[in-house]
Design a binder for this molecule. Structure first.
Ligand SMILES: C[S@@+](CC[C@H](N)C(=O)[O-])C[C@H]1O[C@@H](n2cnc3c(N)ncnc32)[C@H](O)[C@@H]1O
Length: 230
């Protein structure tokens, strides 16, 4: 895969706490080979929650490059990255992130939405599922919700943290959440949006991201926490 190594730095300016995550981004900006705006928002939320993530068991679905999962791992969580079995480049992208960050206590496994496999059935004791921009293609919406519902039924205290980009007013997951007996909490994220400041390092040159020009779409991203309502 033709990739650039990019550094995303998360900084607390008051305490000077700082964590960097390195991502192998593909040269083509497609699908699981690129960090989507939703992943920026999810990562900022994870950074905000960083003091509560140590030892938490986290599954990232549709991980692609896996920026949020890699950050959670660096903050002490036990992370399982997953992506579709038939999208091997996306799984490779998660593996690349694990390797270049020397992450410990991580796994990369195939989980295809809508399919119950032995790997999905074997998952246990999960605390959080992360899915940034999983709801990208409407044909997958019910399959994703089926998979989440399946995991939550076996892990009743688990929460699904998802960032959702509103691409059209005609798209919604609300009816599906009701059908699968899931509840949704919309998290207020203005403070996160305004704080997105990520420095990128590509080919050994540091570049400060101009969030207005580079992170288009942030204004249409929602952060939702989904739980079982059984
Ligand atoms: C819009 S990208 C988001 C990637 C990454 N989470 C991010 O925010 O940067 C959608 C992701 O879903 C994965 N995906 C697509 N179809 C899938 C399926 N049927 N099952 C599981 N993952 C799938 C893609 O490989 C890709 O990584």
């Amino acid at each position: 895969m033709d990739t650039n190594e990019v550094e995303y730095s998360f900084v607390d300016t008051e305490s000077n706490e700082r964590v960097s995550v390195y991502i192998c981004e593909g040269s083509s900006t497609e699908y699981g080979l690129y960090v989507w705006p939703c992943a920026h928002i999810m990562s900022q939320y994870i950074w905000k929650k960083r003091h509560n993530l140590r030892e938490k068991k986290i599954l990232e679905v549709g991980a692609g490059c896996g920026l949020p999962g890699a950050l959670a791992s660096k903050l002490g969580a036990k992370v399982i990255f997953s992506d579709a079995e038939h999208l091997q480049q996306a799984l490779e992208s998660s593996r690349c992130t694990s390797e270049i960050n020397s992450l410990v206590d991580v796994e990369v496994i195939p989980i295809t939405w809508g399919q119950v496999t032995t790997q999905l059935a074997a998952l246990s004791s999960l605390d959080i599922i992360i899915g940034s921009d999983a709801f990208y293609d409407t044909k997958d919406f019910e399959d994703i919700i089926f998979t989440i519902s399946y995991i939550l039924s076996k892990n009743p205290c688990c929460e699904f943290w998802t960032t959702y980009q509103q691409r059209s007013a005609n798209r919604s997951i609300e009816a599906l959440l009701r059908k699968w007996k899931l509840s949704a909490e919309f998290v207020h994220i203005d403070d996160i949006r305004n704080k997105v400041s990520i420095s990128l390092r590509s080919d050994n040159n540091s570049v400060a991201l101009d969030k207005d020009s580079t992170l288009t779409g942030l204004d249409s991203v929602q952060l939702i926490i989904i739980r079982s309502s059984h």
